[in-house]
Design a protein around this ligand. Sequence first.
Ligand code: NAD
Length: 436
Amino acid sequence: MKIAVIGTGYVGLVQGTCLAESGNDVVCIDKLADKVEGLKQGKIPIYEPGLAELVHRNYRDGRLKFTTELAAGIADAEIVFIAVGTPQGDDGGADLSGVWAVGRQVAEALQSPKVIVIKSTVPVGTNAELTRRMKEVAKVPFDVANNPEFLKEGAAIEDFNKPDRIVIGVRRPEVAESLHELYAPFLRTDRPFLVMSPESAEMTKYVANCLLATKISFINEMANLCEAYKADVNDVRRGIGHDQRIGFHFLHPGVGYGGSCFPKDIRAVIHMAQTRGLESRMMLAVDEVNEAQKQVLVRKVTEHFKGDLAGKTIGVWGLAFKPRTDDIREAPALVLIDALLAQGAQVRVHDPEAIPNVRAIYGDKIVYCDRPYGAVEGADALVIATEWNEFRNPDFEIIKRLLHQPVVFDGRNVFDPERMVELGFTYHGVGRLVPQ
Ligand code: NAD
């Protein structure tokens, strides 16, 4: 099929590339000329495991093209995906200006009937409003469908190729059929293809993210309680997770969720509720708990050094909001770095992929290290802010030798407290019982 994808970010680039890989002719469109030029030269603007190789192969074979020209890019397409950002607006709700702008451009450029698919995460009612706005401009018939994206950064290719489910919101069944044809290669293992109204599809994405964020805030609150009462949250996790009604997924305590989705989507739902005169008390609490949790490491570090961080050096491992991505949007590590700098500490950081993005924010205010041990050299403590696999089994003797003081703040509970104490470290986890 002939496909256009507008917005070449984490979602659009993966979508376009994976659809090209399954034999479709895909044009990826972005308004950023530098990004598009870079992609044509094989420069992948984001880090996503396995993506570069797929982009290079499909571009070379001519199934994947990049352009800034929206009208030309969509001219031959049967299906046009909109995958532009929908960041948090000033009122807390989703900022849909990108979706409206693209919708208008598509409507103006339409020469033949097409299916326009909203892939971006959008508030309920966006499909109806986009259809209304486009009808004012378009001269040919078109359909607007929703197809929310559930991929996880860091495992996006895998998620795209083997989706747990595909959700489609349509007003006409024929539109769902053409999308089913497109997605058939990814549904080989009888994964469900769920067709519903656009409103239900829009809501589905938010409900999924609200529940996932709720699980994180829930276990973080319980971890803090464990700590206060000298219980170990890891044991508690095992104690509850074997209950099949509960399970283990997404119940890992830590320093709070970040990223480009959960924070803004939870706030968009709070805003959606307010718009209808409702109050989303649970989502207000989830957001509040998460903001507080981002301060947990700051508090632990500050308390350990008795409020005197001036002149201290703190090494930080992990900057991305989660492992296997370079995405630092709303990353808890940034909250920590800001607080450390504000208290006069020096900060040395290491992350396998996110350093360029962090450097763009902090410039020469912090020290960037290519290797994990570099961030520890001469530091007064090590903080783990993101649980990259390569941090799980380091040489603790080297760490001890390089640190001024053997102190570790483990914001993701990657190390075993007993072992750390045996090795001679002062260890702080999240909700963990530490032998005295
Ligand atoms: P992103 O910021 O990485 O990418 C958006 C891209 O759209 C950018 O390259 C930007 O230049 C481009 N763009 C913006 N306005 C444009 C316009 N008028 N014309 C052409 N291009 C334009 O965003 P993302 O992380 O890919 O997210 C996109 C959407 O998907 C959001 O609604 C997000 O909530 C949703 N989503 C994201 C994820 C994720 O893990 N990142 C997962 C599921 C859903």
